[in-house]
Design a protein around this ligand. Structure first.
Ligand code: ZN
Length: 261
């Protein structure tokens, strides 16, 4: 069997091997040393260099050197794009396994179906799949300005695009219009799809859009949104880090404004 890269999900983040400044994913020997059982792992597919990746849960409590636990967001710089996204996938799959141990209908212990991302109840045949919560994220434009907001729950002191979860029975376009109306009190039109990104905090799929301002003055709701303003490219506040689709939306807007006559 080729050597595998282990994404060991701990209640406080991801377990990595730390040699000085170098951060590595644990290998098979490391996983065994940490007491992880190979048969308990979830197959994640391969990393970009072909190394098979596997996810497993590690119980709470300290890990001994050379291993350490780091919050997932903080590992972006040392893991790089591909491994960071795989770590996000690992944390969601481990969370799914942890929260689907018993049947939601009859409380019987669930069994994993081999080679599928599915749990099955041996008593009533109830199937449990991983949850994915779609959310809309939108950059609203007005002329050469963009609406950016400071949210109460943002992890940093920056201004970003508006976002909100899709409710049951809603289309993405309805979510977009409702969220913008609720959070800042304006109406939008001309929504245009931009791209999407899985986001493991906790199990979202962010669906990105541009939209144009159609009417109304900004009125932050005061609970989710603390402040929101129209910004020009030349007077940008602190914006989110590059890993996020929010930043990709903002960068695409900046590039578009730069190309406009
Ligand atoms: Zn059942």
């Amino acid at each position: 069997m080729p050597p595998r890269a282990w994404f060991l999900v701990h209640p406080e983040g991801l377990v990595v091997r730390s040699d000085g400044d170098r951060v590595e994913l644990p290998d098979d020997d490391d996983a065994a040393a940490l007491g992880v059982l190979a048969e308990g792992g979830h197959d994640l597919g391969a990393l970009d260099d072909g190394t098979p990746a596997i996810a497993a849960a590690l119980g709470k409590g300290p890990v001994a050197a050379p291993f350490k636990v780091g919050p997932l967001r903080g590992l972006y710089a040392s893991l790089g794009d591909a491994r960071f996204m795989m770590a996000g996938r690992a944390s969601q799959i481990v969370e799914w396994g942890d929260t689907h141990r018993f049947c939601g209908r009859c409380a019987t212990p669930m069994q994993r179906i081999p080679n599928q991302r599915c749990m099955r109840c041996p008593k009533c045949d109830f199937l449990g799949y991983p949850r994915i919560a779609p959310a809309v994220i939108v950059l609203v434009r007005r002329g050469d300005e963009a609406l950016l907001a400071r949210g109460a729950r943002f992890p940093g002191a920056f201004y970003s695009t508006l976002a909100g979860f899709v409710e049951i029975g809603e289309s993405l376009e309805e979510t977009l219009a409702r969220e913008v109306r609720e959070e800042v009190g304006i109406e939008v039109t001309s929504t245009r799809y931009f791209g999407s990104q899985p986001w493991p905090f906790p199990h979202s799929l962010m669906v990105g859009y541009f939209a144009e301002w159609a009417g109304g003055d900004i009125r932050p709701d005061g609970s989710e949104i603390l402040d929101a303003r129209w910004f020009r490219v030349t007077e940008l506040p602190a914006i989110p880090p590059r890993v996020s689709i929010a930043r990709r939306l903002i960068d695409a807007w900046i590039a578009d404004v730069a190309q406009s006559p």
